[in-house]
Design a protein around this ligand. Structure first.
Ligand SMILES: *Cc1c(COP(=O)(O)O)cnc(C)c1O
Length: 381
């Protein structure tokens, strides 16, 4: 068996000398939060995904919050979301004042099941949040079609999906608003960070004002002005800004994005080829018309002999980090207390049986072989 002595982490961000130098340059300039680097990062993301506007934020959670607010969503409204996602998706809905209505997922893609979305639409529904879970785009055409017929907003949670494609088009150009994350666990990172992309100028402007305390003049505009400019605060805003320190890292990460995606896909497909014949272990399904980012590599334990948690413990003994697949938000104590029991059989089954294994661009074939061999021997035990 291939022996890798080092502890194998779940991820290793691709940060190196370029990011280090970019940060030093920003710090030396003294302009760490005026927004020039933020604007350049926004431009890079907008042009990469094919959207007219991009607005950087402090996280994907705050991006989702702003996106919902500027769709006019608030108390009394319902927003359709999957439960099989990170808790932030539904928390953003609660922060807007609206109620998250949980809908079950498709058992092959782990993304929202459009037929169940349609059934969940009520007179109070104002928006749908499709999540591109683990980097696999949701069935966006079907969701947009439902939204159009019922007059609903679509705020796509593409936290793990920068660079993913749906029917040839990049995620970020397809929904009314799309939100990305640059947390350290995502495809590219700025430590923490987020972005809204949209073709709607009005919403982009509102988000830009809202993220920066509701100020009528941005810091960048003020610092570039030749005359004295005094801002006003006509609306209630937030401090949801990204700093230029983070954006300088983001600019470097964007230059590596295609390479990162290529490495992720190569490793993801290599896992699938190697794991496909292990009984009781199901590799991820990728529909033919989409491109996965493999933000994580998610397998499912399908035989009764091993629980997912036992497999995680056995992998840990081999010094391989794993994570439970994706959570079921409706089962968390806060949501149970507030909304009572909700039944989502597919979500519950997948939350119990899915498992993430290490995948990151600098992973070597020897490291990956060690994970593959370990999974194989754990599963045949
Ligand atoms: C990571 C993640 C988020 C939260 O992103 P942050 O940038 O950490 O706020 C939201 N939704 C999904 C699907 C995620 O994977």
């Amino acid at each position: 068996m291939t022996q890798v002595q080092v502890f194998l982490p779940i991820t290793r961000p691709c940060l190196s000398r370029e990011e280090e130098e970019a940060v030093i340059e920003v710090i030396r300039s003294g302009w760490v939060s005026q927004g020039a680097r933020v604007a350049a990062f926004e431009e890079a993301v907008a042009s990469y995904v094919g959207a007219r506007y991009a607005v950087a934020t402090s996280s994907c959670t705050t991006a989702l919050h702003l996106a919902l607010l500027y769709c006019g969503i608030g108390p009394g409204d319902e927003v359709i979301v999957p439960s099989f996602t990170f808790i932030a998706t539904a928390n953003a809905v609660l922060h807007s004042g609206a109620k998250p209505v949980f809908v079950d997922i498709d058992r092959r893609t782990y993304n929202l099941d459009p037929a169940k979305v349609e059934e969940a639409v009520s007179p109070r529904t104002r928006a749908i949040i499709p999540v591109d879970q683990i980097g696999l785009p949701a069935d966006l055409d079907a969701i947009q079609d439902i939204a159009r017929r019922h007059g609903l907003h679509v705020v796509e949670d593409a936290a793990p999906a920068i660079g993913a494609r749906y029917r040839g088009e990049r995620v970020g150009s397809l929904s009314e608003l799309t939100c990305f994350s640059f947390h350290a666990r995502k495809v590219i990172t700025t430590g923490e960070g987020g972005m809204i992309t949209t073709n709607n100028e009005e919403m982009a402007t509102q988000a830009r004002i809202g993220r920066s305390h509701g100020a009528s003049i941005s810091d960048l505009a003020r610092h570039q002005a030749n005359a004295v400019a005094i801002e006003e605060y006509p609306v209630l805003g937030f401090n949801y800004r990204m700093t230029d320190i983070q954006a300088s890292i983001g600019i470097q990460q964007m230059q590596k994005l295609d390479w990162i995606l290529e490495r992720r896909r190569t490793l993801g497909e290599r896992y699938t080829a190697a794991l496909g014949d292990i009984e009781g272990l199901e590799p991820p399904f990728v529909p033919p018309d989409v491109e996965h980012t493999y933000q994580s590599y998610c397998v499912r334990i399908t035989n009764g002999r091993h629980s997912r948690d036992e497999v995680m413990a056995a992998m840990m003994e081999r010094h391989i980090a794993t994570r439970r697949g994706v959570m079921a938000i409706h089962l968390e104590p806060y949501y149970r207390r507030r909304f009572g029991a909700v039944s989502l059989p597919v979500t519950e089954e997948m939350a119990r049986t899915t498992l993430l294994v290490p995948l990151f661009p600098t992973m070597t074939e020897a490291e990956q072989d060690y994970v593959i061999e370990s999974l194989r021997s754990v599963m045949i035990r």
